[in-house]
Design a protein around this ligand. Structure first.
Ligand SMILES: *Cc1c(COP(=O)(O)O)cnc(C)c1O
Length: 404
């Protein structure tokens, strides 16, 4: 819909203005000036910023993912009306819970924000005095037990509440670490393989001891089933990022799980102002954007998308392999970033360029291409590319390797 028609529609849908005044051209003009609309400005160019083909993945520093038009339309729509923030969160929470067959849900400020408010909810329940007291944890349960192999830094979201992390490695150690100060058990799904205690046992340990369990699944769709799997397995709280595989707003996320705990988590969020999560606001635009991104993600043909990624990866792999001395490996990480991924390797005595220089040449070319990797290999995924960009990447990879 054009912005003028949208403005007219918005006007006529208002009973007072539509009824008494009618959608005069003058008021339509006023509306047009106040509602958000796409502008013909190339902001990144104006700012002197380099845009690029994302052959790397859903990296925070690379601004996560791109949003579908329906998501950006929902965001623009949100900017045109006032609603009550709590009521919006209530309704969207119900809708998401229904879509994901869990008790309750809320749109959080990223997966990181979901962890902070989730733990804060566990620590304070519905007690508003305790809510106002954080990050002072006196008199509260304030220890979170985490497997050492899972503690790769994201636990900072937990200590933001004032809580402490207690690291363990074995089941025995975990049971021994439980005491009357234990608030929660936290699991990092991405590092499932590295930890000794797996999902079912972890959940069972929580249930046996009456302690809530939380699983961080930030980057863990695909597969789409993960959105249901962990609440079904019995985790009390589950977090996903909005701006990774779901392709919603980068600063939004999902907190799923037990109604009682999520209602308690919400007490720490805006509009309430004297809480630790006042700065973890999710505005109405992003709440809607997150909801629509999730709807689109669930409705997607996931098999077809997977087949596309496989064919794109093969195209780039074949292109690299056409250069003498180059080898490739196609792999799928088990939990996080679970998509067809390519590693390009070569003997630097034959192909005379380092992996770092290869990434730099890809970045410095036109168009610029971002990849990942280390001293041994250049890493590529295609899930964050726009269709067709795989051909540009395939060609540039071959060109640089051939010229080396
Ligand atoms: C990305 C990520 C986060 C942070 O998620 P945001 O949505 O950016 O807040 C937390 N945990 C893991 C494992 C992640 O990959």
């Amino acid at each position: 819909m054009s912005s003028r028609r949208k403005a007219l529609k918005a006007l006529t849908s208002l009973p007072l203005i539509g009824g008494f005044l009618g959608p005069s051209l003058l008021s339509a003009k006023v509306m047009e000036e106040t509602v958000a609309k796409p502008l013909a400005r190339d902001f990144f160019k104006e700012l002197g910023l380099r845009t690029f083909i994302n052959a790397a993945g859903t990296y925070t520093s690379m601004t996560g993912s791109l949003m579908n038009n329906e998501v950006t339309s929902a965001i623009s729509y949100g900017a045109t009306e006032y609603v009550n923030l709590d009521e919006l969160h209530d309704k969207v929470g119900e809708r998401i819970a229904e879509l994901l067959h869990c008790e309750y849900a809320t749109v959080s400020s990223g997966a990181f924000g979901a962890m902070t408010i989730g733990l804060a909810g566990v620590m304070c329940g519905m007690d508003e005095e305790k809510v106002a007291q954080l990050p002072d944890t006196s008199g509260l349960k304030d220890e979170v037990i985490v497997q050492e192999a899972h503690d790769i830094g994201y636990t900072h979201a937990l200590i933001n509440t004032g809580a402490k992390i207690v690291q363990v490695t074995t089941t025995k150690e975990l049971e021994k670490a439980i005491n009357k100060k234990t608030a929660m058990l936290w699991f990092l799904n991405a590092n499932t393989e590295q930890g000794e205690i797996k999902w079912e046992e972890f959940v069972a340990l929580g249930k046996k001891n009456g302690i809530p369990t939380f699983i961080d699944c930030a980057a863990d769709v695909p597969p789409v089933e993960n959105l249901y799997k962990f609440t079904k397995l019995g985790f009390d709280l589950v977090a996903f990022s909005g701006g990774k595989g779901i392709r919603g707003p980068q600063s939004a996320g999902l907190l799923l799980g037990r109604r009682k705990l999520i209602e308690a988590a919400r007490l720490h969020t805006p509009p309430r102002g004297t809480t630790i999560a006042r700065g973890m606001k999710v505005n109405k635009e992003e709440v809607l954007g997150m909801m629509v991104a999730l709807e689109l993600y669930l409705a997607k043909d996931h098999k077809k998308e997977w087949a596309l990624w496989e064919s794109q990866i093969k195209l780039i792999s074949d292109s690299a392999l056409s250069v003498d001395g180059v080898e490739t490996e196609i792999h799928v990480p088990p939990h996080a970033n679970h998509v067809p991924s390519l590693r390009i390797l070569w003997d630097e005595n034959i192909v005379k360029i380092s992996k770092d220089d290869m990434r730099k040449q890809l970045r410095d070319g036109h168009p610029s291409i971002e990849t990942v990797g280390n001293k041994e290999a250049v890493g590529i995924t295609t899930w964050m590319m726009e269709p067709g960009q795989e051909r540009i990447v395939a060609q540039r990879v071959k060109e640089i390797l051939t010229n080396a």
